[in-house]
Design a protein around this ligand. Structure first.
Ligand code: 5AD
Ligand code: SF4
Length: 467
């Protein structure tokens, strides 16, 4: 058994299918069956894929990165922008020839994209070689689906989105090395007008804090040094749980887990970012000095049409409150350019906010129309070309700002989690989520190193003080 697979407490309904599938596969093959999982989208999807991989290993599959020769191929899809979907249509289509070569191959598609009925229907109609289609809330039932397919059922399509209890105890396979993902909540109740997530991942549901800290401990015991707490909106963690908990308290609980490790979290919605959370960040020394706080647009008119429930001014108040508590904190954000009818003036306000805050990095997106969301019905007089010009201007502004933020780090001491080694240099991230490189050797990978920053270019360059 692979040591990176973590057993949960209770996935009893599936354990019988796991056993059956393992028996069928063992009886069929001289060779170990291979499974190839391809993941699109956000960290939540990467985490779901880690659970899928954990289940596959339990069933007796060996993981492979190549679809060539695989016995099970799965695409875990994303629906957040059209571009992500286009790639899936093409890549699943390319699997037809694999199926022709190997009719016993099981081809599965899951995740946010198939949770939309029109996409599931298109797979059913136009991609007859896809065997299994399943949505975001039934991932843990994969053993059952594979068992049904192996038992002769031609096609399986399961898209239940009943917002029921979270399936706890599903095994997961940590393929992130010394970085581990721990989902703390699923779904989203915010209904930002551009966003498909609430429709494809359902209502917010939080995991018990004990389940979260237990996963943290398992990962740490395997040598993980960085824990990423995951949720579509981590700031509303705890709603609906019987225990007295919220995200600020959860951070303290995770911080109290013994060990030398770093805590990160994603994603925070500014509307729920409380002073209590900022206090927790300040007090919890394992939590990085960095906040990813997507503001999407600097224009209050656009924010209102986006249904974001905060203003540029209230966003800046959070930034100030965070800086008061943690003077060295860095910020990153997501921004959407070209929301329907975004005026030149609106866009200027986005640039202004970018300049005022001084983000270390930005994740910038051109608005993508998502059928079924309120924004899809909004009139949009902005041309593609205008959107492209704005996007480039935003990138240039951010480049300038990033230079300033990185330049301000020169002379400071930072603590780097060493991630990679290449040609005499070690690369990693510091407590501000900034990329740092310094002369060192391969033995540092997976360790923390204290480094003095000597210069700043695209990334920081430093000298190691001590390991
Ligand atoms: N178009 C463009 N970007 C989007 N995002 C979410 N929905 C859309 C959309 N329809 C972006 C937001 C979000 C990030 C994960 O993806 O910026 O924060
Ligand atoms: Fe994509 Fe959103 Fe689903 Fe993540 S939750 S995979 S970003 S649609």
């Amino acid at each position: 058994m692979n040591s990176n697979v973590f057993d949960g407490r209770d996935y009893s309904s599936q354990s019988v299918y796991i056993k059956h599938v393992a028996e069928i596969l063992e009886g069929r093959k001289a060779q170990v069956p291979k499974a190839c999982v391809t993941t699109y989208g956000c960290q939540q999807n990467v985490s779901d894929s880690q659970h899928i991989k954990g289940l596959l290993i339990k069933m007796g599959y060996e993981l492979t990165d190549s679809p060539e020769g695989a016995d099970f191929i799965l695409f875990n899809t994303c629906a957040v922008r059209e571009h992500a979907e286009d790639r899936v249509w093409g890549n699943v289509g390319a699997m037809k020839k694999f199926k022709e070569k190997k009719p016993s191959l099981i081809l599965a598609v899951c995740g946010c994209m198939v949770q939309q009925k029109k996409n599931a229907e298109r797979f059913l109609k136009s991609y007859p070689y896809v065997d299994i289609i399943f949505g975001t809330q039934v991932t843990h039932r994969l053993p059952e689906f594979i068992y049904r397919r192996l038992s002769g059922e031609r096609r399986i399509c399961e898209l239940t989105l009943d917002n029921g209890d979270i399936a706890e105890g599903v095994p997961f396979y940590n393929d992130g090395g010394f970085k581990g993902f721990v989902p703390i909540m699923y779904g989203c109740d915010n209904f930002c007008s551009y966003c498909i997530v609430p429709y494809v991942r359902g209502r917010e549901r939080s995991r018990n804090s004990a389940a979260v800290t237990e996963d943290v401990k398992k990962l740490l015991a395997e040598g993980v040094k960085e824990i990423m707490l995951l949720g579509q909106n981590v700031n509303s963690y705890g709603k609906g749980l019987s225990e007295d908990i919220n995200f600020a308290k959860l951070l303290r609980a995770v911080n109290a887990v013994p060990g030398d490790f770093r805590i990160r979290f994603m994603t925070s919605n500014p509307k729920d970012c409380t002073e209590e959370l900022l206090d927790s960040m300040r007090d919890c020394k394992k939590v990085e000095r960095h906040l990813h706080l997507p503001f999407q647009s600097g224009s209050d008119a656009v924010l209102s049409r986006m249904n974001r429930k905060y203003t540029a001014a209230s966003y800046l108040e959070i930034i100030s409150a965070a800086r008061e508590r943690m003077p060295d904190i860095t910020f990153t954000s997501d921004i959407i350019v070209g929301f329907p009818d975004e005026s030149e003036e609106d866009f200027e306000k986005t640039l202004e906010l970018v300049r005022t805050v001084g983000f270390s990095a930005l994740f910038t997106f051109i608005y993508s129309k998502r059928d079924g969301t309120p924004a899809a019905a909004m009139p949009d007089g902005v041309t593609r070309q205008q959107k492209g010009v704005r996007f480039d201007r935003l990138l240039r502004t951010q480049e300038e700002m990033a230079k300033r933020v990185l330049g301000g780090m020169v002379g400071k001491n930072v603590r780097v989690l060493c991630e990679e080694y290449s040609a005499g240099f070690v690369y990693g991230k510091d407590e501000h989520a900034l990329n740092v490189k310094f002369a060192g050797d391969e033995s540092l990978i997976g360790c923390f190193a204290d480094v003095t920053v000597k210069s700043a270019g695209d990334i920081l360059t430093g000298e190691m003080i001590k390991k």
